[in-house]
Design a binder for this molecule. Sequence first.
Ligand code: LLP
Length: 416
Amino acid sequence: MDQFSYRDGQLFAEQVAVADIAREHGTPAYVYSRAAFENHYRAYDDALAGRPHLICYAVKANSNLAVLNVLARLGAGFDIVSAGELERVLRAGGDASRVVFSGVGKQPWEMRRALEVGVRCFNVESDTELDRLNEVAGELGVKAPVSMRVNPDVDAGTHPYISTGLKQNKFGIDIADAPRVYARAAEMPNLDVQGVDCHIGSQLTTTAPFLDTMDRVLALVDRLADEGITIRHLDMGGGLGVTYDQEQPPSPADYIGAMVERLGDRKLELVLEPGRSIAANAGIMLTRVEFLKCTDEHNFAIVDAAMNDMIRPALYSAWQAIVPASPRPESEQKSWDIVGPVCETGDFLGKDRLLALAPGDLLAVRSAGAYGFVMSSNYNSRNRPPELMVDGDRVHVIRERETLDDQLRHEHCLPQ
Ligand code: LLP
């Protein structure tokens, strides 16, 4: 499955040595594998073959046009959370009728645009959002397809910042209150109730929370049926975890198999919104060692990538593997903190990593395809890195390295 592996002591992305990529395109740089994106998507699609389903890739994980286009060519649907993501999907050749629109704060103009292009479903998160959507759809003279995102109050057992299915989180409608909200929606003239939606969190490494959620959601579906409201699809959100270190998450096939078993012979279409499990291990970030600085306390390797390029370690204390493009002998290994040039102590990519390093060495931060570039910024006025996609033995620039002019284009001094 892995498209990033060593051959003759050199790290490769598919058929290309990453050292060659760095020489040609500089560092830091994000490097993706087309085959990895495709394989990860297919693992979902194949597991659901023969059943009505829609795999809506969560655009937020990696929204580069080329990534969306590669997935659109495979027939993927998309999970969006803004009009910006919607336009990306359309420009990448995605099909609006395979798009679900999630998010707690949809604005009227975003709803309007989504209705105009004909998205598949709105995942509605509150009573007030229902009112707004009903009004916007009425203005356009259409019926908006809706699912209610219910909050099942299930502990996803993941990092608190990416856990979303607990009562105290801002997301969704309390499942206990859902029958009332569905009854309201069914009465609204410009809404068409289609499904039930949930998303309990991200980087889940066991199936149990998904199955607990499904039990609660299916009980709701049955109750709604008794009340005369027919649910056609069940959107179980995203959230399947990946291996960053030692985690052993279930495969898409195992997790889907378990859910399908729970579905039994219900005629529900299953919708999923995977992001990380498609994108994370389809990418790496290349960075070069600038200086080695050894103090009494620590050995620091100062590299040319920083928290602005990849914020997950600083923001969530996330651990991502950092490996050399060309490993040196193990006998030279020491423990290093891999830090960037940004003026913050929190600016690190990894701590206490056993590596043999010399200035100029090329390193790869693994599992960087999801929530990597999309969360980058210009902090410290640093140009954001390029994004490259390897396809066999070819390397495509799918986003150019930013220039200072790009950064300053939208800024203006006050008049004299
Ligand atoms: N659907 C909804 C409604 C979501 O909010 C999310 C992610 C997904 C699907 C995709 O979840 P995934 O399959 O990727 O777990 N920046 C954080 C992750 C934030 C996830 C937010 N929502 C990180 O770097 O770990």
